[in-house]
Design a protein around this ligand. Structure first.
Ligand code: PH2
Ligand code: MG
Ligand code: MG
Length: 168
């Protein structure tokens, strides 16, 4: 059994409904128990083509006996359920589900990088993550605490980009 944290985001269609449904699908899976769900945040798009809609972002905590690769494959299958089409990097999407952290593992494999390689720069992932993970969680590989990662990211970015819109 491992504790893992997933980041969810979407900006096409009714993203709040899509994210909620995605969480339900994850929760119904054998081998995945959802133990925490963050609030939903409306966030300005970071990167990708200009003019794309704002995102809804959230994070969940899970306990799982799936391997990281199995968990990734299941996340991708849930994305497919929402008809996600990959056209361009960081382009608009119905539902994106990323493994942010999987226990204290560091994984560098084709298609699977854990911790998420951009986690430390992305407030849209870190702020929801803070609601479902302890602030003193040690982030691999260096073990820096989550609260310190967030502090550093906040000082580099514009907090007004975040607007809370939905509470589960
Ligand atoms: N995901 C991206 C790229 N940019 N911006 C926001 N606000 N939220 C996201 O989930 C997001 C993004 C690539 O996965
Ligand atoms: Mg992503
Ligand atoms: Mg992804």
């Amino acid at each position: 059994m491992a504790e893992a944290y997933l980041g969810l985001g979407g900006n096409l269609g009714d993203s709040a409904v899509n994210l909620r449904t995605a969480v339900e699908r994850l929760a119904l899976t054998d081998g995945i128990t959802v133990t925490g769900i963050s609030k939903f945040y409306r966030t300005a798009p970071v990167g990708g083509p200009s003019g794309q809609p704002h995102y809804i972002n959230a994070a969940i905590a899970v306990v799982t006996d799936l391997t990281p690769r199995q968990l990734l494959d299941y996340c991708l299958s849930v994305e497919c359920h929402f008809g996600r089409v990959r056209r361009e990097r960081w382009g608009p999407r119905t539902v994106d589900i990323d493994i942010l952290l999987y226990g204290s593992l560091v994984i560098e494999q084709p298609g699977l990088s854990v911790p998420h390689p951009m986690l430390r720069e992305r407030l849209f992932a870190l702020i929801p993550l803070c609601e479902v993970a302890p602030p003193d969680l040690e982030i691999p590989p260096d073990g820096i605490r989550l609260r310190d990662v967030v502090r550093a990211a906040k000082s580099a970015l514009e907090p007004s980009e975040f607007e809370l819109v939905v509470t589960l």
